[in-house]
Design a binder for this molecule. Structure first.
Ligand SMILES: Nc1nc2c(c(=O)[nH]1)N[C@H]1C(S)=C(S)[C@@H](COP(=O)(O)O)O[C@H]1N2
Ligand SMILES: [Mo]
Length: 449
């Protein structure tokens, strides 16, 4: 039975390969192998499987809310399997009334929900020069999900936090690999008491998945992902900032500009807190060849504690800027998808997007180097070539399989061309999604009734 199935697949590939374009068979093969990681899209960029570190591909920036299967994963240690029957959260430290609480009892507190962007402090590290050790994230160490849970402030109130408390420490159920330090982080009391700081048990309407912190994680809106502790088992009130490795050595950012490549004493740095204004262009892709006409430039943008104010787009490498349309509205902690309609004429272009926050801070053009490669937010540049004849796309999508005479004979309206292109794509035509509109534009201009 199984070998028959395999044989069936192989002969299907053979057929597809001879009748259609060869890479159609290849993409079919990729789809048939299924997700490479359970619960994650096969398009995730895999940095590491053990521990789990997966990056969201660029297409994720086109979505107002990141589906869990596209959401990045950053774990320093292996994913712990938490048994809900035995799980409880301990609340202690500088408190008058320490206690333990089960998830079921925790859920009796008032439920809150918010859409929030979480970005790994190391997102974009791969762009720094000189290069830096650590995961070489490009753009996708970030995601925007709907989180539901209870206020951390409500949980702390029951414990009667002492007046001496300055920081709140969070402990996860993950066990350190080898002699690595345990992943433990503290946040200042003020942020802990913020009504939006949450102990979340749901992500995108479902219980948290094991990789994203089941059964309970911290949500620190606006702050780098390093503060969003997963697999929570303990909370402690402290009279000072926690002095473990992940506070005093890692996740620190220089307080003053530094010379690239130099080492800096951690004492000269402070913990990463808020992320900064940033935008990512999801389409068109870098080095794309696109046909002249209306082209969609789109992506997502966010900022941290300070709300996002605007996104601008440049098609001339930053000489002139136009306002992009913000297309989502999921509250102040969410990222915003944005869109810009560009009338592209033949030539070479450098497309850029620039986010600005409500304080007037805009993304920089030059890197602000720091020894661990945190908080990369330099304006992204996407190079595109606009061709008059749409030569490459047209050739790859249409005339690589059949002659132009079939097209020329048809003389269709725009909506007929739209249907025709959809049909051809179902039949295996390789039309890059970011070029579909220009292809339809091209066909309906050149081959009209
Ligand atoms: N217990 C625990 N919590 C953790 C981590 C970890 O390794 N252990 N990684 C942190 C880092 S650095 C980031 S960026 C986020 C990533 O969350 P995600 O995997 O749900 O995307 O979780 C944070 N919480
Ligand atoms: Mo991170």
């Amino acid at each position: 039975m199984y070998s028959q199935l395999k044989l069936g697949r192989r002969s299907l590939f053979g057929m597809a390969g001879s009748l259609f374009v060869p890479n159609f068979a290849a993409s079919l093969a990729a789809q048939m192998t299924g997700p490479l990681v359970e619960g994650k899209s096969p398009s995730m960029i895999i940095h590491s499987r053990r521990p789990e570190d997966y990056e969201m591909p660029l297409e994720g920036f086109l979505q107002a809310i990141t589906p869990t299967e596209l959401f990045y994963v950053r774990s320093h240690h292996y994913t712990p399997q938490v048994d809900l029957e035995r799980h409880s959260l301990r609340v202690g430290g500088e408190v008058a009334s320490p206690y333990s609480i089960t998830l079921r009892d925790l859920k009796k507190l008032p439920r809150i929900e918010l859409v929030g962007v979480m970005e790994c402090a190391g997102n974009g590290r791969g762009f720094y020069t000189p290069r830096l050790p650590g995961l070489q994230w490009t753009h996708g160490g970030v995601g925007n999900a709907r989180w539901a849970g209870v206020r951390l402030a409500d949980v702390l109130k029951t414990a009667n936090v002492r007046a001496s408390t300055k920081h709140i420490l969070f402990d996860g159920a993950d066990v350190a690999i080898g002699s690595m330090p345990k992943f433990q982080r503290s946040i200042p009391l003020k942020k802990a008491m913020d009504p939006d700081t949450m102990l979340a048990f749901e992500m995108n309407g479902k219980p948290l998945t094991p990789t994203h912190g089941f059964p309970l994680r911290l949500i620190v809106p606006g702050w780098g992902g390093d503060s969003w502790v997963k697999w929570l088992v303990g909370i402690q009130a402290l009279d000072r900032e926690f002095d473990g490795f992940f506070m005093k050595t890692a996740y620190r950012y220089p307080t003053k500009p530094v010379v690239p490549g130099t080492a800096i004493d951690p004492a000269q740095m402070k913990p990463v807190e808020s992320v900064r204004a940033k935008s990512v262009i999801a389409m068109p892709r870098d080095n794309a060849v696109i046909g002249q006409g209306t082209t969609r430039i789109a992506g997502a943008a966010w900022s941290g504690e300070v709300p996002l104010a605007k996104v601008e787009v440049s098609t001339d490498g930053g000489r002139s800027w136009s306002i992009a349309r913000l297309t989502s509205s999921n509250g102040r902690w969410a990222w915003q998808t944005w869109d810009y309609s560009w009338n592209a004429t033949p030539g070479s272009y450098r497309i850029q997007a620039r986010a600005t926050d409500a304080n007037g801070y805009s993304q920089p053009t030059e890197q602000e180097w720091n020894p661990s490669g945190y908080l990369w937010n330099v304006i992204q540049t996407v190079r595109v070539e606009v061709t008059p004849m749409l030569s490459t796309t047209y050739r790859n999508s249409c005339t690589s399989c059949h002659g132009e005479d079939i097209i020329r004979g048809q003389k269709l309206t725009r909506s007929q061309w739209e249907r025709e292109v959809d049909k051809m794509m179902r039949w295996g035509a390789q039309v890059p999604t970011d070029q579909k509109t220009s292809l339809i534009e091209y066909l309906s201009t050149r081959f009209k009734p």
